[in-house]
Design a protein around this ligand. Structure first.
Ligand code: ADP
Length: 479
């Protein structure tokens, strides 16, 4: 069965179209011919009832006690051949039978108490030889003598007409269906042709040619919508591929820098014999580069696992202030090196539902940046407070160089650095803020930067809270 079912949509559409049209035409032919049949029969009945009246006037008694029909005009001869008349006496004696009946009867002797003389109603009767006739009965009185009269008209003409009409309808149906099928197929092919074009074009679009788009002839119709949806998917794919390419290129570049450094430090050291202290220095700087490399690989790993959705967020209720204190204590040693002070302050009752390690990493990255980019001896503030609409806010505020407006929109992008040379000098590859943004967003929060160049930066994290804080505002806590 499946093999018989056409493979192409246009053939299937045509088949359905022809099937539905065929059924509709058959129903139409049925309804039209029944309507015609009933109106022709109504006409036949009308003529029959008129004829009953006419025949009633023609009946006359004969001397032998029978009845006869008065002689008719020439014009009625034709009618006479179609007309069958039978006259019975009330006690069941056949008084007259028209010769056209050729001995057949219209129903034998009348019933004992025949009724319905006023309104004779026609009915269909089959004669002994199977001829179908429309018959009506009446009980007229002929010179004071009541007789039982049956008049019938043959239905032959009616059935002949019906046969002709039905055969014309049935003859017309197959060529009409073939014609409809052919034009339906041509229409379906024309309507679906743009899909073929689209499919061929889409086949040619490969990963290397993702910048190509499908042509949109009419953006309002269904094909236009399909092409638009396809193009939108292509645009997303292209953006994802671009991002991946950039990420891979940037990552290789970042990985190569410390590797080159290690290699050249090693090569230079091997050129001339050195003292033990000098070798220790060389090994020390090689280890420094290795540290940088390890941090970079860790960051890359975090981001790629985050992209792949392999990092599971294990939510627990965490005191936000406690988390800020923990993050700051982990990088405090770096601040001390630069004689900086980190002040952590805020409401200790604020609880956030989140993954402790992920959120802590975000805070560490922000505080680490504040330390890196601020002057020695500067003060850094980490503030925890309740925000609007049950949000919890953590701000990392520094008095560093700030970030100019033009860089602010891109600062959370991967590998983006305002000043690459200076940033790398402090070990940054431009991934810290990207990781912080991912960490915050994975908790349903947002991270923003408010900064004016030369006047410090404020990184503001807004997280959805689990418990409604009792207090609103800052509270002094530890340093
Ligand atoms: P990096 O590891 O290079 O610091 P980040 O993603 O953490 O990478 O930061 C991206 C860039 O944003 C940095 O290179 C730096 O130019 C800028 N930046 C980040 N934090 C600060 C800050 N507190 N003050 C000034 N500039 C900052």
């Amino acid at each position: 069965m499946r093999r018989l079912w056409p493979r192409h949509v246009r053939s299937r559409m045509t088949l359905w179209y022809v099937l539905v049209l065929g059924v509709l035409l058959l129903v139409y032919a049925g309804v039209a011919s029944s309507y015609l049949f009933y109106s022709l029969r109504e006409q036949l009945d009308h003529n029959l009832l008129e004829d009953v009246e006419r025949v009633e006037g023609l009946i006359e008694n004969t001397p032998d006690g029978m009845v006869a029909l008065k002689s008719v005009h020439h014009g009625e001869d034709e009618l006479n051949t179609q007309r069958f008349v039978e006259v019975w006496s009330p006690n069941g004696i056949l008084l007259y039978r028209s010769p056209t009946l050729r001995g057949r009867t219209l129903g034998g002797p009348p019933p004992p108490n025949p009724e319905g003389t006023a309104e004779p109603s026609p009915s269909t009767v089959r004669l002994a030889d199977g001829t179908r006739v429309r018959m009506a009965a009446s009980i007229p009185s002929v010179d004071g003598r009541r007789v039982f009269l049956r008049v019938a008209h043959s239905e032959q003409g009616l059935w002949q007409e019906m046969e002709e009409i039905v055969s014309v309808l049935l003859l017309v149906l197959p060529p009409a269906l073939v014609l409809a099928g052919l034009s339906g197929f041509a229409l379906a092919r024309k309507a679906l042709a743009p899909i073929d074009v689209m499919a061929r074009k889409a086949e040619r679009i490969s990963a290397e040619r993702l910048n190509e788009r499908l042509p949109i002839e009419n953006p309002e119709d269904e094909l236009g919508h399909l092409a638009q949806a396809f193009n939108a998917t292509l645009a997303r794919l292209e953006a994802a591929f671009d991002q991946l390419r950039r990420f891979t290129a940037d990552a290789s570049h970042e990985l190569r820098t410390p590797l080159t450094a290690i290699r050249s430090v090693g090569e230079v050291a091997l050129q001339t014999p050195k003292s033990a202290t000098e070798y220790r220095d060389v090994i020390g700087s090689m280890l420094e580069e290795t540290d940088r490399l390890t941090r970079l690989v860790d960051s890359l790993l975090t981001l790629s696992r985050a992209d792949a959705g392999h990092i599971h967020v294990q939510r627990t209720d965490i005191s936000l202030l406690g988390l800020a204190q923990e993050a700051s204590s982990l990088v405090e040693v770096l601040a001390e090196e630069k004689r900086q002070r980190i002040s952590v302050e805020g409401d200790p009752t604020l609880i956030v539902s989140g993954d402790r390690l992920i959120l802590r990493q975000a805070l560490i990255n922000l505080i680490d940046n504040a330390i890196k980019y601020s002057q020695g001896g500067a003060e850094i503030f980490v503030r925890v407070a309740a925000g609007k609409d049950t949000q919890l806010i953590v701000e990392v505020v520094d008095q560093g160089p700030g970030v100019s407006q033009e860089h602010q929109s891109r600062i959370f992008d991967r590998f983006y650095r305002v000043d690459s040379a200076r940033s790398r000098e402090w070990g940054g590859a431009g991934l810290g803020l990207a990781i912080a943004r991912w960490a915050v967003e994975v908790h349903g929060g947002q991270i923003r930067l408010q900064s004016v160049e030369g006047q410090g930066s404020t990184f503001r994290i807004a997280l959805p809270s689990t418990t409604t804080p009792e207090k609103n505002g800052y509270k002094e806590a530890s340093t």
